[in-house]
Design a binder for this molecule. Structure first.
Ligand code: SF4
Length: 393
């Protein structure tokens, strides 16, 4: 395997999904929804903060607002808890008295919250178009086709699917149905260790970088043990022999935010800030993670900054909303964004104050907008995969 853009980088053949990232168009194949219905308050309304506060107060314990770390400040201000996707889903499950879970995050996260909460609770996503480009890179049809390819190569029986939390409920259900587990960026190593106890190979979905970085840097596999399955090519672009020789079959998906960082970003920041510690998320490309000083999930990054010495210098390779908040929370340390260009998650950013106000005021008026529900069959298998993760040692 070579470290080319084709292998690690951004999709050279962008689909119409790219338009969705820019907030245009709608794609029924996508894990995200379509346009947000209803009349949104104007972004210029000077009373938005007051309106959000008043609606939240009226709803009291009936509503629980979750805020993902990558959300805007204006939204985080109203979150009852903040965290990564898995922590938030568990926090929601721990609040059975809340009738409404308003999930300020993206579609797959709201699905996971629906799976883990009771039937009496409804999960609301303030903007249905807040999806995740990475989750969209693995559709149920593509993954079923891949499994047929593995069967034809005679290896499906010895392959265990491991899916990243950042995947649609359909993909989680596929994983559960085929004896696999879900993982997060914090427990990917444990999930892979478990999977290799169950079988001889892993199909890792949908983030190639987390799969590769964990396998090579934490499990002792070589880059040659990994192959990249491209769902847009016949048989994934791989021969049966390549599949049979591989240990890790990586799905060709990536995060459009973390995939932007490159080796040059690391070299540049080291030159600009002597003594800087480079800390990146494992969704970054292998060459970036290898060049960095530290690597870890969003929760790990937050804890590392909390424990850092005053006066220390940090370049962080993750979403910009979080990096800005970390810089604000640690005025005694120098905290900069790893890249020189702006790098928000555009779909996370779709949840803004007007959408939050609209969702909360709708609930006050007795309308439950943008409810995210996972059908019972999908939920059953997706939950089996999530439960396997919870049972990991
Ligand atoms: S930051 Fe990346 S993985 Fe997370 S929601 Fe945005 S596109 Fe998806």
């Amino acid at each position: 395997m070579t470290t080319t853009t084709e292998t690690y980088g951004v999709d050279p053949n962008p689909t119409p999904l790219a338009l969705l990232l820019l907030g245009r168009e709608a794609d029924p194949r996508s894990e995200r929804g379509v346009e947000c219905p209803g009349d949104l308050p104007a972004a210029s309304d000077p009373d938005l903060v007051e309106r959000a506060r008043a609606a939240k107060e009226k709803l009291g314990d009936r509503v629980f607002i979750l805020g993902h770390h990558y959300q805007r400040d204006e939204v985080i201000e109203f979150a009852d808890v903040t965290g990564d996707s898995f922590k938030l889903a568990r926090d929601a499950a721990a609040r059975p008295e809340a009738e409404y879970i308003v999930f300020c995050g993206v579609h797959f996260m709201a699905e996971s919250a629906d799976i883990l909460t009771s039937e009496a609770q409804q999960v609301v996503l303030p903007d249905l178009a807040a999806g995740c480009s990475m989750a969209d890179m693995a559709t149920a049809e593509q993954v079923a086709e891949c499994w047929d390819v593995l069967s034809d190569a005679g290896i499906a029986d010895v392959t265990v699917p491991v899916s990243y939390m950042n995947s649609s409920a359909d993909i989680k259900a596929f994983t559960g149905k085929h004896g696999g587990t879900i993982c997060t960026s914090s427990n990917a190593k444990r999930a892979l260790e478990w999977a290799f106890e169950q079988g001889q190979k892993v199909l890792f979905l949908p983030d190639q970088h987390l799969g590769r970085n964990t396998a090579v840097l934490e499990m002792g596999f070589s880059l040659e043990d990994c192959v990249l399955y491209n769902p847009h090519k016949p048989n994934g672009g791989l021969t049966a022999e390549e599949l049979r020789n591989a240990k890790m079959i990586l799905w060709r998906g990536h995060c459009s935010v973390h995939g932007r960082f490159n080796l040059q970003s690391v070299e540049e920041v080291r030159e600009r800030i002597p003594g800087v510690t480079v800390l990146v998320h494992p969704e970054c490309k292998h060459e970036v993670v290898t060049a960095a000083d530290m690597v870890g999930s969003t929760e790990y990054i937050i804890k590392a900054l909390d424990a850092a010495e005053p006066g220390s210098k940090w370049a962080i390779g993750t979403e910009l909303n979080l990096v800005r908040r970390l810089a604000k929370a640690h005025p005694d340390k120098e905290v900069v964004f790893l890249d020189r260009t702006v790098c928000f998650c555009s779909t996370m950013n779709r949840i803004d104050l007007p959408h939050l106000v609209w969702a909360l005021e709708s609930l006050v008026e007795g309308r439950v907008p943008n409810v995210i529900t996972v059908d019972p069959e999908t939920e059953k298998y997706a939950k089996a995969a999530l439960d396997r993760m919870l049972a990991l040692p």
